[in-house]
Design a protein around this ligand. Structure first.
Ligand code: PRT
Ligand code: ZN
Length: 221
């Protein structure tokens, strides 16, 4: 893989994978199979995809393993809240899919109805950086319980009093007897890059790709 080809990290499988590939294909990219399961090569533009876990994408972009990446704003902002390593990563384009909201929620009919009620309570979340920053900004002292998945079961399992989790339809909250009471972050898929450090050829390819993607996004709205 030469350094003049744009290296773009996309999720291997999951909620961002299909939308990301569809957008790139609509922007005119045609992909051949890559040399392994991790890579796919565009036949008609100097672009190589790297197929990875979404959580690793900000790190690949920050460290220079990839020039650009497609990731949810929730993941980007969580990484930025956790470490200064991600300060140099910026959003190049909002992509308009995989929209969701990071919300605080608690058991329906319980004694937590607003953010102030969280003082002295515990909040389960996979987004400890964003949740802590949001609470600290408001002067609310609550314990953060970090969970990798199934956050919605935490109150029922007595792991935590409330949760901070992604919501799209609201069905998961509803099924678990939870009610949202605050929005911490609105999120959608975004194209990210390092603020600087790409060469001229890669940047020329990126500019063209972004122009085409803007056209696709505008026509979808
Ligand atoms: O394997 P890998 O690590 O790559 O994937 P993943 O399992 O971490 O991520 P994935 O594919 O589930 O989500 C990727 C991205 O999609 C997230 O980072 C968000 O930016 C975006 N997205 C959009 C969502 C949702 N909508 C969403 N609803 N991510 C997760 N959810 C989950 C949420 O956590 C909760 O469990 O869906 C449930 C709530 O959905 P509703 O519809 O019941 O409200
Ligand atoms: Zn993930």
């Amino acid at each position: 893989m030469s350094d003049t080809r744009l290296k773009l990290a996309v999720q291997k499988s999951g909620r961002l994978a299909e939308g990301g590939l569809k957008l790139l294909e609509r922007a005119g990219l045609r992909f051949a199979y890559g040399r392994d399961a991790l890579h796919r090569r565009a036949e008609n533009m100097p672009v190589d995809l790297m197929l990875v876990r979404d959580d690793d994408i900000p790190s690949f972009v920050a460290g220079g393993a990839c020039d650009y990446g497609i990731v949810g704003e929730n993941v980007l902002h969580e990484m930025q809240a956790r470490s200064s390593r991600y300060r140099e990563v910026e959003t190049a384009l909002k992509l308009g899919f995989a929209r969701c909201t990071l919300k605080l929620a608690a058991p329906k009919g319980g004694d937590i109805r607003c953010a102030a009620d969280l003082a002295g309570k515990s909040v389960a979340t996979s987004y400890p950086g964003l949740t802590r920053a949001w609470l600290t900004e408001r002067g609310i002292e609550a314990e953060i319980v970090e969970m990798r998945g199934s956050v919605e079961v935490a109150p029922r399992m007595k792991i935590a009093d409330a949760i901070c989790d992604l919501v799209s339809s609201g069905a998961t909250l509803e099924a678990n007897g939870l009610e949202a009471f605050e929005t911490v972050l609105e999120s959608e898929a975004v194209l990210i890059r390092r603020r600087n450090g790409r060469n001229g050829e890669v940047e020329a390819t990126a500019k063209l790709l972004i122009q085409r993607a803007e056209g696709v996004i505008a026509s979808a709205q």
